[in-house]
Design a protein around this ligand. Structure first.
Ligand code: PSV
Ligand code: MN
Ligand code: MN
Length: 387
């Protein structure tokens, strides 16, 4: 049996990047419910994200989204983040809210529209140079709603060309990660719907182009841990957007819908070398729903990732391999389930305290008065998803 004390050291240095957009008013296409104290600008979003790191020690980076986090001076924004104990991380592009992209952005058949989308990515790369960000993340809303609406093959070719132009511009220490999503907002076909398409596109670009796996972007029943194993095997898993979903892509708290799936994913990450100081796989949240308290909600998500990481580290790999090699079906399954069913909440609380962190980060944050303070101070226009 592997004990918590055997794996505790491996929890050191775990880093789960937070999305800035989780701290503005975000939501669905129905209603965005405002909450008192919600951040009104990039600085306030970063300040709130820093609270998550202060109490959990798990989230030293904040991803930004352009133009939602547009400022005049990105180096100054980075310095502001550093003063709060965090760094700016991934830069996310946005080609899904502009009238010109109605029929596509990087895939558009209109060269002027395509160039506009490419120029937007160039701007994101300039921002990465100013902030020291390493990853450019591309998620495209491109697709069609009706069979015959456009030439789906031609769109792949144009996508490849556009991506190559963008990839050629990134610095030698920067990466391009291409996120896939099986549907929405397009309903007939999506230009980057699955890991295979993302893989085919990034493989053609070069070694600093990788796949981003958003856990909420698969059809129900998809074996996501298999995709993780395959991408790690191919050396092409660049990053995760962690969240959970019940029906479609709904950006809920990580591990809320299916904690066992989160465990299985993290087990394959660890098994495949995607976890730890030598790994190149970036962990990020893409949880930004509409009704939960924002700062505490992000804390819940990063703590859930940490908890499932600990359980996945507890898998007795030697015993598992032995059972697998002797085709001991029940034995092998039992080894995995033993780790999954191990309650690590107590040991994790003591471990946190031993590192000067609160045993219960959410309770400590809630008792700190920060939420009340921002609710009283922040009045007036608030940043929102789509602002
Ligand atoms: C849209 O589905 C989406 O949630 C993608 O997951 C992106 O990562 C995110 O928006 C931000 O662009
Ligand atoms: Mn995502
Ligand atoms: Mn999504």
């Amino acid at each position: 049996m592997v004990q918590f004390s055997d794996i505790a050291a491996q929890l050191e240095g775990q880093s789960i990047e937070l999305p800035s957009w989780a701290f503005g008013n975000s939501g669905t296409r129905f209603r965005v419910f405002g909450t008192p104290g919600t951040a009104r600008n990039p600085e306030e979003k970063i300040a709130d994200a820093a609270q998550v790191n202060k109490y959990t020690g798990l989230s030293p980076k904040v991803a930004i989204h352009i133009p939602w986090d547009k400022v005049d001076d990105y180096a100054a924004l980075g310095a502001y983040a550093n003063d709060l104990g965090v760094e700016l991380g991934t830069v996310n592009s946005n080609t899904f809210q502009d009238e010109d992209y109605k029929f596509g952005s990087l895939t558009s058949s209109n060269p002027a529209v395509r160039q506009k989308a490419i120029d937007h990515h160039f701007e994101c790369i300039d921002i990465m140079h100013a902030t020291g960000s390493k990853d450019l993340k591309i998620w495209l809303a491109d697709g069609t709603n009706y069979p015959g609406q456009d030439d789906i093959r031609g769109r792949q070719d144009r996508l490849a060309e556009s991506l190559q132009t963008i990839y050629d511009r990134i610095g030698s220490d920067q990466r391009l990660v291409l996120e896939y999503k099986f549907f929405e907002p397009a309903f007939y076909h999506t230009d980057v719907p699955d890991w295979g398409t993302s893989y085919a596109q990034v493989a053609a670009l070069g070694e600093r182009a990788l796949v981003c796996l958003d856990t909420g972007h698969h059809a129900p029943g998809t074996n996501i841990e298999f995709i993780v194993a395959q991408l790690l095997r191919l050396g092409k898993l660049g990053s995760f957007d962690f969240n959970s979903r019940f029906y479609a892509d709904d950006d809920l708290i990580v591990g809320a819908a299916d904690p066992f799936q989160l465990f299985r994913i993290l087990y394959e990450v660890i098994r495949g070398g995607g976890y730890g100081p030598d790994s190149v796989v970036a962990f990020m949240l893409d949880q930004c729903h509409n009704i939960e308290a924002k700062i505490a909600g992000q804390m819940r998500s990063v703590l859930n990732v940490q908890e499932m990481t600990a359980r996945a580290l507890l898998v007795d790999r030697q015993a598992l391999t032995a059972a697998q090699e002797s085709n001991d079906v029940l034995g092998a399954n039992a080894v995995l389930m033993d780790a999954f069913y191990t309650d690590v909440r107590g040991p994790l609380a003591s471990w946190r305290e031993s590192r000067g962190l609160p045993a219960d980060p959410i309770a400590a944050f809630q008792a700190s008065g920060y939420q009340e303070k921002i609710s009283a101070e922040r009045v007036g226009a608030q940043a929102s998803w789509g602002a």
